[in-house]
Design a protein. Structure first.
Length: 324
């Protein structure tokens, strides 16, 4: 348990020197506040165990402990009566969900380990870039992040600054073509794509009817994914995220992607048109890291077919609601 204690001692040390998160500005395109300067106001952004990373299947270790992920509502009979909020937050398009409505289990059961908070997107101006995580150097046109917080904490704000506070599902999204045509990712998001023209400008928001969030897991294989410990990819960059990045990419059409590229940044950005809103990949294990990170995967193949002692320590230390 000493390794786990050391990791979280470093985590709290980073929080101690952090400035107020909510009041500090950050951007993708403004030279004063872009990712090069994020650590000025958010020291964790220059810390350890950061995300995104370049995932390489050849070094990912197979773990039989990893189970399919599951999304489910608290009440099957009433979730469809709710409304979701769609907003241009100045950095991305985001859908926020009512509290206590949708939950995530990392152990393929109905234990409400995490509460789903929101989903947002990262994309490029060119189809060859846009995702935050890379797959052996390959970028995808988009990456969607479903952000959830650990239910051992009272609220999302409490969880953001706490150990093992967050879990994020990462979906790679690629351009649909004649050779890979199928159900697109946005088709599982109800009226979301229809209202994107209504939130072109910063802080514009609309409400849409609820859609079945569990359907997101039908456009990929929820059994096949990479798992590692990392951080938020935007400030405050807290390194308390259990990342699940699905191996299979979902699809998006050129027309759907154009709706995202038509959105506008807030005045904090130098650029106007929204795009290339992704963080540069970070090293999995920088030389200063006292504890190496490991990327795990749910299928056997290239890579070491074992579960390291570090994973076992983390599993026992995370607790009931955050089994690794």
């Amino acid at each position: 348990m000493k390794l786990t204690s050391l990791r979280w001692s470093l985590f709290f040390l980073g929080l101690l020197f952090s400035k107020a998160w909510t009041s500090s500005e950050w951007s993708y395109t403004n030279k004063q506040t872009n990712e090069t300067n994020w650590p000025n106001n958010f020291p964790s952004c220059n810390g350890l165990y950061q995300s995104p990373i370049d995932i390489d299947n050849s070094y990912a270790q197979y773990s039989s402990m990893l189970l399919p992920v599951r999304l489910f509502p608290k009440n099957e009979a009433t979730w469809s009566q709710q409304l979701y909020k769609v907003i241009n937050n100045g950095h991305s398009a985001k859908i926020t969900f009512p509290s206590d409505l949708w939950f995530l289990s990392l152990t393929n059961d109905l234990t409400p380990q995490y509460e789903v908070v929101q989903i947002h997107f990262h994309w490029g101006f060119k189809n060859a870039r846009g995702s935050e995580h890379l797959l052996q150097g390959k970028s995808f046109a988009m990456e969607a992040h479903l952000v959830c917080y650990n239910k051992r904490y009272k609220s999302f704000s409490d969880a953001v600054g706490s150990p093992h506070g967050l879990a994020v599902l990462g979906f790679w999204v690629d351009i649909s073509s004649a050779s890979n045509a199928g159900m697109t990712f946005l088709e599982q998001l109800g009226d979301f794509s229809k209202v994107l023209p209504d939130i072109v400008n910063y802080n514009k928001s609309v409400e849409i009817n609820a859609f079945d969030l569990a359907e997101l897991l039908t456009v990929i294989d929820p059994k096949n994914y990479f798992r590692y410990e990392g951080s938020l990819t935007t400030p405050p960059c807290t390194p308390n995220v259990i990342w699940t990045v699905f191996r299979d990419s979902a699809l998006i059409t050129e027309e759907q992607l154009a709706l995202f590229r038509a959105l506008r940044y807030s005045s904090q950005e130098t650029a106007t048109q929204m795009g290339d809103n992704f963080r540069t990949v970070l090293q999995l294990n920088p030389t200063k890291a006292p504890i190496p990170r490991v990327v795990y995967k749910t299928w056997s193949g290239s890579g070491t077919h074992s579960v390291s002692i570090l994973l076992l320590l983390l599993s026992s230390g995370i607790g009931t609601y955050t089994q690794f």
